[in-house]
Design a protein around this ligand. Structure first.
Ligand SMILES: [Zn+2]
Length: 403
């Protein structure tokens, strides 16, 4: 008996050390990643069945092994023309993605459950289950019809990212697209339709997400929204001069409104590397050509062997940003806004992933890096989900108050 007891103590100690988790006064904090993309054919092709080992950076096994409790899976559609045909295509693409997430939830109810409220996220964790939340990336998928926002809410969507790359009918993008005939950046921000989307999201209790929106649009949203807002995956412009990154005045304004900015582990926003950018563009052109397509489509081409092999060569030649580079953005944001307004997002399977946090199974490395840089357990609990859940609750309560 005695030896058995000793060995179980030794096992517990080993597991604790392995987890790198010495949570002094509390349980490990809830860990929430606010931006995870899903490929076309998610769950419908065997290689994208996330109950098994997959080439994806996020699948159920990787979340379980890495201690990632919850993720917002993203309904992304690429920006296309603002025509009846374009809208119809976007609505159909979005529907497919909702269906694919449903398929995951139906196939693995013992491992992952939908969470449409912060309470459900906590209840799922208590029950030892993962949580899947749903976020929208690009309001283009609403097809210029406000009723589709209500439909999205009914399907479980809890944030609406207004834009992506290229201006749309809701607001101007941080990255206009010449291919779509976009004018360059101007003071134009939120459109009348965009305004009605923000107002309706407030009424529904859906968070408004300004990642990818132009700075002018962010300022407009801050004026229009009654509830706090989020940036689901953004980095700091003061550290890296990239149009997708948020300048300090907007970080402060989002915080002043009670919101949260989820720092993103996306290589190009954490470290400028023109050589890598050129190499990636050349690879994408080559892979698209081989596949018989005019342009590179990340959802279609990212998992082709030629692309995966090519990216391996590029990663060797142009080192990815490190966890230290990533934590520098978190540190800067915390210095500017305070500890209550910053969170964590990977952008996995949408281009995210850095040295040390390449997939969900490496999630504990982020915690270790935050500790190394002097963040306390309490700080880390806020960064890993406490802040996001606070904002989500505030958005729910604001909706209730105005119903
Ligand atoms: Zn994005």
């Amino acid at each position: 008996m005695k030896t058995r007891r000793l060995s179980s103590t030794a096992l517990t100690l080993a597991l604790t050390l392995w987890a790198g988790a010495a949570w002094a006064q509390q349980d490990p904090p809830i860990t929430i990643d606010t931006h995870v993309d899903i490929p076309l054919a998610y769950m419908r092709e065997a290689r994208f069945d996330v109950g098994k080992d997959t080439p994806l950076r996020v699948d159920l096994g990787k979340m379980e092994r890495g201690g990632l409790n919850a993720a917002f899976f993203v309904i992304y559609v690429e920006q296309g023309p603002l025509t009846a045909e374009g809208y119809a295509h976007a609505v159909a693409q979005a529907k497919q993605k909702y269906d694919d997430i449903d398929l995951m939830l139906k196939r693995y109810p013992q491992r992952i459950r939908l969470a449409t409220t912060p309470d459900q996220v906590m209840a799922n964790r208590k029950a030892g289950k993962l949580s899947a939340m749903i976020g929208i990336e690009n309001g283009y998928s609403l097809g210029h019809d406000l009723k589709n926002l209500d439909a999205a809410f009914a399907r479980g969507a809890r944030y609406i990212g207004l834009a992506h790359v290229g201006h749309n009918d809701l607001c101007t993008s941080s990255m206009p697209t010449a291919d779509l005939g976009d004018p360059p950046l101007s003071d134009a921000g939120l459109s009348a339709f965009g305004r009605s989307v923000v107002e309706r999201a407030n009424q529904l209790g859906m968070m408004v997400d300004i990642s990818h929106s132009s700075d002018a649009c962010v300022r407009d949203v801050l004026q229009v929204s009654k509830a706090p807002i989020i940036a689901s995956h953004s980095a700091a412009h003061a550290l890296i001069n990239h149009p997708r990154n948020l300048p300090d005045d907007l970080l402060r304004a989002i915080a002043a409104k009670g919101g949260v900015v989820q720092a993103v582990a996306y290589k190009g926003f954490l470290k400028l590397d023109p050589g890598r950018e050129l190499a990636e563009k050349a690879l994408q052109a080559q892979v698209a050509k081989q596949a018989g397509d005019k342009t590179y489509d990340s959802e279609k081409h990212d998992f082709l062997p030629a692309y995966v092999e090519g990216m391996r060569r590029i990663d060797a030649a142009f080192p990815l940003p490190t966890l230290d580079d990533y934590v520098a953005h978190i540190r800067h944001m915390v210095d500017v806004t305070g500890i209550d307004h910053v969170g964590i997002a990977s952008d996995f399977d949408g281009g995210g992933g850095i040295d040390g946090w390449q997939n969900a199974s490496e999630t504990r490395n982020v915690t270790a890096a935050l500790r190394r840089h002097g963040f306390s357990d309490n700080d880390i609990a806020k960064l890993w989900g406490g802040n996001l859940l606070r904002v989500w609750r505030a958005v729910e309560q604001d909706a209730d108050a105005h119903r």
